[in-house]
Design a protein around this ligand. Structure first.
Ligand code: ATP
Ligand code: MG
Length: 559
């Protein structure tokens, strides 16, 4: 019930529905530029656009904003389609490309020229910048601004035919060089780019700008509410200007705050650099905040959608705690992940009073949160592995795990007592721990003795060697975008963001697990199978640890 408060966009939409502004229609769109992979910030926009359409019985289009042939690639188009689907959204048959509208956009540009509202300018990019003025100074008019309609029509046509070199001419809207809003100082509508486009090939050598393309595409598709991030607020007058001058159907642009996440960068330019300079293994590196990276890391679409729901939408920029994202993930994985036992840093443990050849198959609950998940049998024998750090020769006061003379419980099994141990005199590393077990203490027996710690373990004779990749946050400072914290964000990459452990010991039930399957390794965290796995080398990615600092913080605040 707590979720019943409406965000400001929903309020606007409900008001429009009440007044019948768009005949009761709600139609949104998600308009990615295919120049990189989608990231968690895009997920916010996707959940918002598709979510709003769903909530009000409307439609949401997927539209590629593909107006820049230099940076755009087919690979990105494919990945974006896959990622939006994976997040759980459906655009039906409404998959569009801005490039589908190139002919119509060209006609609209011609119409603006005919109306005396656009002109061909010969100034160079650099001169245009200088003429534009500043926030405090008005701009200056280009000497080419008052060309006749006929001359503009002819020059624009010749631009299209490829008669001029790149940068030689542009088409500009004729608005107001003295406007207080710099975006209104005769913005560029078309530039010459002699490059092949991923869809239109070499048909065009002039390409429309975002500012010209976006409002028109929205209009052509009958979008009602065009939701975009705050940095476009100053572009809204221009959005409105194009539609008004062309007397086209007019959607409403509404801006919301973009998502920023602590310990993360979310600009495509920066993410591209991470990939191109090899700081990560690719766009789907499990440390990347991309949807593809998060999927490989073991995130669920449900957790991402829940996160987007909880952060809500607002008008003011802020930085969301990474812990909240992890909290949503743990909540979801806790419900669905099967529990298993894996030892990451194994030490041999021998139960001296357990028969040599005996094997018991002990019943283990698969998921205490899900009664439908059932149970499995885990082999137990005389020789086991436990974690190195679950044993200490000389334990400090608060260490309740295994130590000489101490008792602990082995999960799903017996209480054991440490009688002796051996260590490598050179390295100081413990090599074998000798214990006795209490045959009367089996888990689930009626008379339960209490001990202070329960350890996970695997049977040495049945264990399978697996590789485990421990991921941590990619950056070591809260705001890698802040130049004061990091002059160059690359220098703030966390050197400990990936640790690879070979020869971890896994219980045999994990044999045959397939890429994408998720588990909770008892006491260690959530893990999922990486696509790098082969039949004889299973690779697990650590999705997230068990410790939930967010839940703790909330507890503290609510006390
Ligand atoms: P970046 O700033 O990361 O380079 P972009 O805005 O250039 O991203 P687009 O492909 O143009 O990327 O974005 C598609 C849609 O996603 C746009 O409507 C944009 O406003 C939205 N979007 C991008 N980044 C975020 C973010 N961090 N939070 C919310 N929405 C975002
Ligand atoms: Mg953009």
């Amino acid at each position: 019930m707590e979720k019943e408060t409406k965000n400001f966009i929903e309020k606007i939409i409900e008001e429009d529905l009440r007044t019948g502004k768009y005949g009761g229609r709600v139609h949104t769109r998600f308009p990615p530029e295919p120049n990189g992979y989608l990231h968690i910030g895009h997920a916010k926009s996707i959940c918002l656009n598709f979510g709003i359409a769903e909530k009000y019985g409307g439609l949401c289009n997927l539209r590629f904003d593909d107006t820049n042939p230099l940076k755009e690639e087919e690979e990105y188009v494919r990945s974006i389609i896959e990622d939006v689907r994976w997040l759980g959204f459906d655009w039906g048959d409404r998959l569009y490309y801005a490039s589908d509208y190139f002919d119509r956009l060209y006609e609209c540009a011609v119409e603006l020229i005919k109306k005396g509202k656009a002109y061909v300018d010969d100034l160079s990019a650099e001169e245009i910048r200088r003429y534009r003025g500043t926030l405090t100074e008005p701009g200056r008019e280009s000497p080419y601004r008052n060309r006749s309609v006929e001359e503009n029509l002819e020059l624009f046509e010749r631009m299209r035919r490829g008669e001029f070199a790149e940068g030689e001419k542009v088409l500009r809207a004729k608005i107001d060089m003295a406007s207080g809003n710099i975006n209104m100082r005769d913005p560029v509508m078309y530039r010459i780019i002699k490059a092949s486009h991923h869809r239109t090939g070499d048909k065009w050598c002039i390409y429309p700008t975002y500012d010209f393309t976006h409002p028109l595409s929205d209009s052509f598709e009958g979008i009602t509410h065009s939701l975009c991030t705050l940095e476009f607020e100053d572009h809204r007058p221009l959005y409105d200007w194009f539609l008004d001058e062309l007397e086209l159907y007019h959607p409403q642009q509404i801006e919301f705050a973009r998502l920023n996440l602590s310990y993360t960068v979310l600009s495509k330019r920066k993410l591209t650099r991470l990939v191109e300079e090899g700081h990560v293994s690719g766009w789907d590196d499990p440390r990347m905040p991309t949807i593809a990276g998060m999927r490989r890391r073991g995130y669920t679409p449900e957790a991402i959608r829940e996160f987007c729901d909880r952060i809500g939408v607002a008008k003011a920029n802020s930085i969301v705690d990474f812990e909240l994202l992890e909290h949503c993930l743990r909540e979801d994985l806790n419900k669905r992940a099967q529990r298993v036992m894996v030892v990451l840093d194994p030490v041999r443990l021998v139960i001296t009073n357990y028969p040599e050849d005996k094997v018991e198959y002990l019943e283990a609950v698969n998921n205490p949160e899900d009664p439908m998940a059932g149970t499995r049998k885990v082999p137990f024998c005389r020789e086991l592995y436990i974690e190195q750090d679950d044993f200490m020769e000389e334990p400090p006061r608060k260490f309740y795990r295994l130590a000489p003379g101490r008792e602990v419980r082995l999960k799903h099994a017996y209480i054991i007592r440490c009688e002796d141990y051996e260590k490598d005199t050179e390295t100081g590393r413990i090599t074998t721990i000798y214990c006795t077990y209490d045959p009367e203490s089996r888990s689930g027996a009626t008379q339960q003795r209490k001990v202070k710690a329960t350890l996970h373990w695997v049977s040495a004779g049945h264990a399978m060697d697996v590789e485990v990749r421990l991921y941590d946050r990619l950056f070591s400072v809260p705001n890698p975008d802040d130049k004061r914290q990091c002059p160059d964000f690359i220098d703030c990459i966390n050197p400990e963001s990936l640790k690879i452990l070979k020869e971890c010991k896994a219980e045999p039930s994990l044999k045959g697990a397939s890429p994408g399957e998720r588990f909770q390794f008892l006491r260690l965290g959530y893990f999922c199978v990486d696509p790098d796995s082969t039949e004889d080398n299973l690779v697990f990615n650590r999705t997230v640890t068990l410790k939930d600092t967010w839940a703790k913080m909330k507890e503290k605040f609510s006390q």
